[in-house]
Design a protein around this ligand. Structure first.
Ligand code: AKG
Ligand code: FE2
Length: 366
């Protein structure tokens, strides 16, 4: 089932809305789910009533961007772990992060290190992923030792641990090749990443009122307002917003606009120098303006969860509305970034073992 976020023709909506109403009633009546086809079962299980209701009452023109959740400010802003002094955040910084939803930029890598990574990224740009079997910027850390080294650098992990806790997993990464004169990535947010296929969440936090996922975004090239550095709308991680379908195509073929107050003063444009990174919760509304220059804007992100949060669990594949294509998860797994995975809630992959295997294969082929 393809639930791509765009305005559907009237005839489709006319069929879709009674079906949705029936599914909402099915959920409310607690009828047996095991007899339903998988996609329908997922909708009945994972869509909250507010998600059904908004689509129905708006005639299929508005929806939640992701599973609704509301952020509750923690009682304390003490960092969750003590780390080496050079990485230590103050409680004021932790408080600011909790109030705004993002923090940084922080220094991490030299320009020379980023020049090497840039070459590796460009070499992989149009190649098939060994994890998924088609060309995609996702999860290339399974085959890029340099990217994995950056992701596990203490400059990153020691800071994230103070916000999320000591034991950390990466459940996904993405390379961003924002090409010359490429369009904006429109403002968006995500909670449990159900925004991906609109059927199942990707991560399953026990308490959605906490911050349970962080994104680390590393600038490989200098990211500037001209080439499309990130922008954040301060404090908007308080709740998941709704979207209105239609409008210009942006964001990987999707057509929607996020419904929020675009009061300029709350939008912060965050230039990041090559080798620096920022940390944010994907729940904070963010995006990036168009690249108006003649050069790439290269960057990568790493999506991080504490080991207490399961990812994908028994899911075999999912369809990404943003990056296109079906992602078979046979070769995917979470990878330990810091500490220890005592819970073992998700399939696990050790990127270092994969890198070694790859190097052996390449030696044999040479
Ligand atoms: O790199 C960009 O322009 C967008 C990044 C983003 O949305 C993310 O990392 O979640
Ligand atoms: Fe994002």
């Amino acid at each position: 089932m393809n639930l791509h976020p765009k305005l559907r023709p009237l005839w489709q909506r006319a069929l879709f809305l009674p079906a949705l109403t029936a599914l909402m009633a099915y959920k409310a009546l607690h009828l047996p789910r095991f007899i339903l086809p998988r996609a329908i079962r997922s909708i009945v299980t994972n869509w909250e009533y507010s998600m059904f209701w908004l689509l129905i009452k708006s005639g299929g023109t508005r929806a939640y961007i992701d599973q609704p959740c509301e952020f509750v400010m923690p009682d304390t802003f003490e960092p969750k772990v003590k780390v080496a002094p050079k990485y230590q955040l103050t409680s004021d910084q932790v408080q600011k992060f909790n109030e705004e939803g993002f923090i940084g930029p922080f220094d991490a890598f030299s320009r020379k290190e980023m020049a090497e990574l840039r070459l590796e990224m460009l070499a992989l740009e149009n190649t098939k992923s060994k994890t998924y079997g088609f060309c995609t910027p996702r999860d290339r850390h399974f085959e890029m030792p340099l990217q994995w080294d950056c992701m596990t650098s203490p400059a990153i992990t020691e800071r994230v641990a103070q916000l999320l806790g000591p034991d950390l997993l990466c459940w996904r990464s993405q390379l961003f090749y924002k090409g010359p004169h490429s369009p904006a990535i429109q403002f968006h947010q995500a909670s449990t990443f159900m925004v991906e296929d609109y059927l199942d969440p990707a991560i399953f936090p026990q308490n959605t009122s906490e911050i349970f996922q962080l994104t680390v975004w590393v600038a490989v090239d200098d990211a500037t307002p001209e080439n499309g550095c990130l922008q954040f709308v301060r404090g908007t991680h308080d709740r998941i917003r709704t979207i209105k379908f239609g409008g210009e195509e942006g964001f990987y073929n999707a057509r929607f606009s996020l419904e929020f107050d675009q009061e300029q003063s709350r939008i912060e444009t965050v230039p990041v120098e090559s080798g620096q990174f920022i940390i944010f919760t994907e729940r904070c509304i963010h995006g990036s303006p168009p690249n108006t220059t003649d050069q790439h804007r290269l960057a990568f992100n790493s999506r991080i969860i504490p080991t207490s949060v399961p990812a994908y669990t028994d899911k075999e594949k999912y369809r990404s509305v943003y990056n296109g294509g079906k992602y078979h998860l046979k070769h995917w797994g979470v990878s330990v970034l810091r500490g220890e995975d005592r819970y073992q809630l998700s399939r696990t992959v050790d990127p270092k073992a994969l890198h070694q295997q790859l190097a052996t294969e390449q030696r044999r082929a040479a």
